[in-house]
Design a protein around this ligand. Structure first.
Ligand SMILES: [Zn+2]
Length: 545
């Protein structure tokens, strides 16, 4: 699909790495991290040049393998000078957060001849490896690191995907190397690299230049790459507008990729995202709402059933589970949990999806849309209710007891494992340290008297992960259906109607429309959503009379 990008030829000139002007479209948090890491990179590089010469350096040959299979593993490496108590800059590798660097299974690194602490991890399931290296007298040395795992989700048929990624301000070769090494080091199995547009910043969006042939070539290195587009509308540069939606596994770009003068500097606000979502669906693509609560069109699009999954924590920190997932689920909707990282991979964010047989992007997306997922940046979750798994619906004819089995495992302390019933925590189980990692598990009967849903999450309040982020994890629900009644909380429906009415007012006052037809095309999306909920409120009132 990538042979006809509009502005491919405009690019390709200079993609020099600099911190001089950062793109304002990146979400604030990501932008800050990007800036911080680049400043650090420059500062350290300078320090390195001034202090490390050939005479006082040692060439470290590092090899990382899986302790059980012996298979070579890309990994994350951190080296600390124990004398100066300072992490060492490693220009040969790819810098990540918290002084970690992504490395191939075999790498050659120039380090100072001193006493160093070597730390290595792979993804979220290896036990941390640590070794002190005495390099004072050595010109060169070789270290082979065998990493133990406390869990291997691939053995349960789980596939880790990042649904939201773009790269900027790298050369094509640098971006290719980043994509070849970083997802492997993080133990991702599938990455969707998405196209997006903003005038004039898009000249630095190097990921837009990756063709389907590039993605196929990248897919030979152990991680599958899929394509996508971030279809979006903002009022102003980064202000809230209709919102952002990922359209994944496309046969062609859905145009216009970005809508409105806020992003493109030209045109009108006369198209809803709904139109693009429908066109992408027609082409067999999947639509995932981005940035959780950011944007106006999430609510009406969920009410009309045109979205396949919902992203949270994919760049920025918009809202909570309660503001989106739990409200929709408590109206009886099916809402699969999904995540990604947006600009660069700055955390371990991923959706694990249960896929049978050979992995394809389409299969993974279908299973995600069926709700066979959990999201995490560390802790691994398992939930079973009797024989039912995440994404299943349990049909009961009478109230009764369900036996629920849950567990969570993580490298760092994730606080407590929580059992959620209809949005409320009904049980909490503290994580305890076991064989080098943290674990919590339970098996208990829960009394079910009405339709609803069950899920697991972690509180994530105890420690930070390797990248300095608080751990999160949440399963998609297991649904429970009783005859003649679905879960429906009228107060939520009334609140969502109010929010959609407010969106209509905001759009009416901020939007630029060429004519009444454009205005009504956009506002109709919200009117449909309001109508759906008003009808459901009436049905609910009639049913409970
Ligand atoms: Zn994005």
């Amino acid at each position: 699909m990538r042979d006809s990008w509009d502005f491919r030829c405009v690019l390709g000139l200079v993609l020099a790495f600099s911190v001089a002007c950062l793109p304002a479209n990146a979400h604030d948090q990501t932008r800050k991290l990007f800036l911080k890491s680049q400043q650090r990179r420059h500062a350290r590089a300078h320090l390195l040049e001034s202090t490390r010469t050939a005479a006082d350096s040692c060439q470290l040959q590092l090899e990382i393998v899986d302790a059980v299979t012996g298979r070579p593993l890309a990994g994350l490496v951190r080296l600390t000078d124990l004398g100066q108590k300072q992490a060492i800059h490693l220009p040969e590798l790819i810098q990540r957060e918290n002084d970690w660097y992504a490395a191939d299974a075999k790498s050659s690194i120039k380090v100072p001849r001193t006493r160093l602490k070597l730390e290595v991890i792979h993804g979220i399931t290896s036990l941390p490896f640590e070794q002190v290296l005495e390099l004072q007298e050595l010109d060169q040395t070789a270290v082979k690191v065998s990493l133990q795992r406390f869990d291997d989700p691939s053995q349960r048929g789980l596939v880790a995907g990042n649904t939201h990624l773009h790269l900027m301000r790298l050369t094509h070769a640098e971006a290719y190397r980043y994509l070849r090494i970083v997802p492997n080091a993080d133990n991702l199995d599938l990455v969707f690299l998405s196209h997006l547009r903003r005038i004039p910043d898009e000249r630095d969006y190097i990921s837009n230049l990756f063709t389907d042939a590039d993605l196929q070539r990248l897919s030979r290195h152990g991680v599958l790459f899929g394509n996508g587009e971030e279809h979006r509308h903002n009022f102003g540069r980064g202000g809230e507008g209709y919102g952002h939606v990922m359209l994944l596994d496309l046969v062609k770009l859905i145009r216009p990729v970005s809508i409105g003068p806020g992003i493109m500097g030209t045109g009108t606000d006369g198209l809803p995202l709904r139109r693009g979502i429908r066109e992408a669906h027609h082409d067999g693509a999947t639509a995932i709402w981005c940035h959780n609560s950011f944007g106006f069109e999430d609510i009406p699009n969920w009410m009309s059933g045109v979205l396949d999954a919902q992203n949270i924590f994919d760049g920025g920190s918009h809202g909570t589970y309660d503001e989106t997932f739990y409200r929709y689920l408590n109206l009886g909707l099916r809402v699969p949990f999904s995540t990604g990282t947006d600009w660069f991979i700055d955390d371990f964010n991923r959706a694990y999806v249960s896929v049978k047989g050979k992995l394809t992007a389409k299969k993974w997306l279908q299973a995600l849309a069926q709700g066979r997922s959990f999201i995490t940046n560390g802790p691994l979750l398992e939930l079973r209710v009797g024989e039912s798994k995440v994404g299943d619906t349990i049909k009961r004819t009478t109230p009764g007891t369900l036996e629920i089995v849950g567990n969570a495992r993580g490298r760092v302390d994730f606080g407590q494992l929580e059992l959620i019933h209809n949005g409320k925590v009904i049980h909490g189980f503290k994580a305890t340290r076991r064989e080098g990692h943290y674990q919590a598990e339970f098996k208990l009967p829960v009394e079910i008297t009405a339709s609803g849903w069950l899920a697991l999450r972690v509180s994530g309040d105890a420690a930070s992960n390797a990248f300095g982020k608080k751990p999160f994890a949440h399963t998609s629900p297991i649904y429970v259906e009783m005859p003649d009644q679905s879960i429906f909380q009228p107060a939520i429906a009334r609140q969502l109607i109010k929010e959609m009415q407010q969106s209509v007012e905001t759009i009416d006052s901020k939007g630029t429309f060429a004519n009444d037809q454009e205005r009504s095309r956009v506002l109709q999306v919200y009117q449909d959503g309001i109508q759906i909920l008003q009808r459901r409120l009436q049905e609910h009132a009639a049913g409970s009379r």
